[in-house]
Design a protein around this ligand. Structure first.
Ligand code: SF4
Length: 247
């Protein structure tokens, strides 16, 4: 029988391998060197910033750490400051009491078991108080260059809407991403997906009209007109607006 079969989606994805490559090429073209928006100086301050970012925005965390890091940048500093001292700088963030407690406890463990350094090791990271899989993935990727992909609320939404890696849980989405994202895009994937979700594929109303992956995305309810927005947007602005988050 004549006629060619349609290419199959990659395992776990609704997109084909070619579409996934096009997807990441488009994101890479819009933002060739994606980085976290959290401000940090070294692996320890990155770890602190990521722990603080649970239920807080990166902008809020950066505001708090600008002050905090002026007074404390090492595990020794954090122990000296103590819970009470740390709380003073992070009161504006959700769960600040618990976060202060975890930061003191993890600083102590880093000094006692890891020579004061952040371990380049998933298991050791996940044993630290306040550090779960997502935080470990961010630290491994950003501080140590590992091709890990942290799945937060933005990544979860984007992966489900687009069909790139649909899943019921972050862990399921992460497992599919690890399978289908081509090696050369692994390191940047987490950042590209977060920025896409944060600035374009927003929870309440995705801005599909300026989305770099709109031709590939499988979301059935794409918003292809900007008409309902209060402000007119530049028509060719495909790059996620990282700068908008910087105050
Ligand atoms: S086309 Fe729309 S739904 Fe799809 S990823 Fe882009 S913004 Fe999200």
């Amino acid at each position: 029988m004549a006629g060619s079969k349609a290419p199959r989606p990659a395992p776990g994805s609704r997109l084909t391998g070619k579409e996934i490559t096009r997807f990441f090429k488009a994101l890479a073209a819009a933002d060739p060197e994606p980085r976290t928006e959290l401000r940090y100086r070294d692996p320890f301050t990155l770890l602190v910033a990521v722990v603080l970012s649970a239920q807080a925005t990166d902008v809020g965390v950066n505001r708090a750490t600008a002050e905090l890091f002026a007074h404390a940048r090492t595990p020794e500093d954090f122990l000296r400051l103590g819970e009470e001292g740390i709380r003073r700088y992070i009161r504006s963030l959700g769960l600040y009491r618990n976060k202060a407690k975890n930061l003191v406890a993890l600083s102590r463990i880093l000094l006692e078991r890891h020579g004061g350094r952040v371990p380049h090791d998933r298991e050791a990271l996940e044993r630290l108080p306040g550090v779960g899989r997502k935080t470990a993935n961010v630290v491994l990727n950003e501080a140590f260059g590992e091709p890990t992909i942290a799945v937060d609320t933005h990544v979860f939404r984007v992966c489900n809407r687009t069909g790139l890696a649909p899943g019921r849980t972050p862990r399921e989405v992460e497992a599919t991403l690890q399978r289908v994202v081509p090696d050369r895009f692994r390191r940047g994937a987490h950042h590209w997906l977060i920025l896409l979700g944060r600035y374009i594929c927003k929870a309440r109303r995705p801005e599909c009209w300026r989305c770099p992956v709109r031709e590939i995305c499988r979301y059935p309810d794409k918003e292809l007109s900007a008409d309902r927005t209060a402000r007119a947007r530049p028509k060719a602005s495909a790059a996620p607006r990282r700068a908008a988050a910087r105050s």
